[in-house]
Design a protein around this ligand. Structure first.
Ligand code: SF4
Length: 348
């Protein structure tokens, strides 16, 4: 199968030329694919193209979209979670998070995940495989189609560890930026941190994209190595102080501040002494901390911190000069947290 999705204008012009068509036919394909108003993303629907050209593309195995919706879950706040199936019958999840001005797409980068974070439903299933660039981008088409509006922001916070699928990740970022016309500054790549990969990300970004302007978000979730290892088993391979050093280098190399995600888990990492410890760890560093309330999942013991405790924790960081915000979880309905639709579908 050959994917038209994720191909640049130039690539599509070359496809048209290869079939003896004028280059502008490639531009027509490009305009058609990335216009969210075009609903059914199959070649038959590209009616601006001559019928015989469409037939040749189809006969030669070209496709636009290759995923299928298996399940939709709409939360009271408008957040839409989709369970999508791949052509090899694997399931992945993506989420559309709307506000008045924005539609943020939360995308998966892998089928499952090898990182086994203790608070995450996806980690329970292990890794099946990494997604292709077209499968990553296809999630945006589905969210736009289902929500009938254009995606404005992207977060790679769905299933998988994006830095373990770095080439497909960066090719997706290129397409999101140039084809979907979403600024790199509106893209966030979230990672639990993999040794050597933070520096590789900045080097490869300049190679693949010529710039590195997206936001890097580190799922830190702890103020010291000991706690981090209890909730993120893979953390034992990467000391927290080395993560911070590598992030400082990332800031120097790219000029972009780093975000640290901190999931507040009651009695685990949410004591006020942890707020002081975190402040010391991050002092003097161009960064931002995002405190997140926890979504409970089955088979996992963690509990949500109280709002009062979250606010106290936040105030300590602020007093110590750390830029901080708190994020309410969206889509809190039963089984709507990360990885849970896939898990419940498997158990049906
Ligand atoms: S939180 Fe992210 S990195 Fe950790 S297991 Fe879940 S999907 Fe993987």
């Amino acid at each position: 199968m050959k994917n038209l999705l994720g191909s640049s204008v130039k690539d599509l012009e070359n496809v048209a030329l290869d079939y003896g068509e004028a280059a502008f036919r490639g531009r027509q394909i490009h305009n058609w694919i990335y216009n969210y108003r075009n609903k059914k993303k199959n070649i038959d629907q590209i009616e601006v193209l001559p019928l015989d050209f469409r037939k040749k593309l189809k006969d030669d195995g070209f496709k636009v979209s290759e995923l299928c919706v298996q399940e939709r879950k709409l939360a009271n706040d408008g957040t839409l979670k989709l369970l999508l199936s791949t052509i090899d019958n694997e399931n992945i999840e993506c989420v559309g998070i709307p506000t008045e001005k924005r539609l943020t797409a939360c995308l998966s980068s892998q089928v499952g995940c090898p990182m086994d974070c203790k608070f995450c439903a996806t980690g329970k299933e292990g890794l099946k495989r990494s997604l292709k660039t077209s499968e990553i981008l296809d999630q945006i088409l589905f969210i736009e189609n289902e929500m009938n509006r254009k995606v404005t922001n992207i977060v790679f916070m769905g299933m998988g560890e994006p830095l373990l699928n770095i080439d497909a990740l960066l090719l997706s970022v290129r397409s999101i930026n140039e084809d979907f016309q979403i600024s790199q500054r509106k893209i966030t790549v979230s990672t639990v941190a993999v040794p050597k990969m933070i520096s590789r990300l900045s080097v490869k970004s300049f190679q693949f994209l010529g710039k590195c302007q997206f936001t890097l978000a580190i799922s830190l979730h702890a103020s010291n190595q000991k706690i981090r290892e209890t909730i993120i088993p893979s953390a034992k391979n990467y000391e927290i102080k080395n993560i911070i050093e590598d992030c400082k280098k990332f800031v120097k190399d790219t000029g972009r501040r780093v975000s640290f995600e901190y999931l507040m888990l009651r009695g685990v990492n949410d004591n006020l002494e942890h707020a002081y410890e975190l402040s010391n760890l991050l002092k003097g560093f161009q960064c931002h901390v995002n405190l997140i309330q926890y979504n409970k999942i089955e088979e996992v013991e963690f509990k949500r911190t109280s709002l009062k405790n979250l606010q106290l924790f936040q105030s300590i960081l602020v007093k110590n000069g750390i830029a901080v915000s708190s994020r309410k979880s969206r889509g809190l309905d039963k089984n709507a947290a990360c990885g849970q639709l896939r898990q419940s579908a498997k158990h049906k």
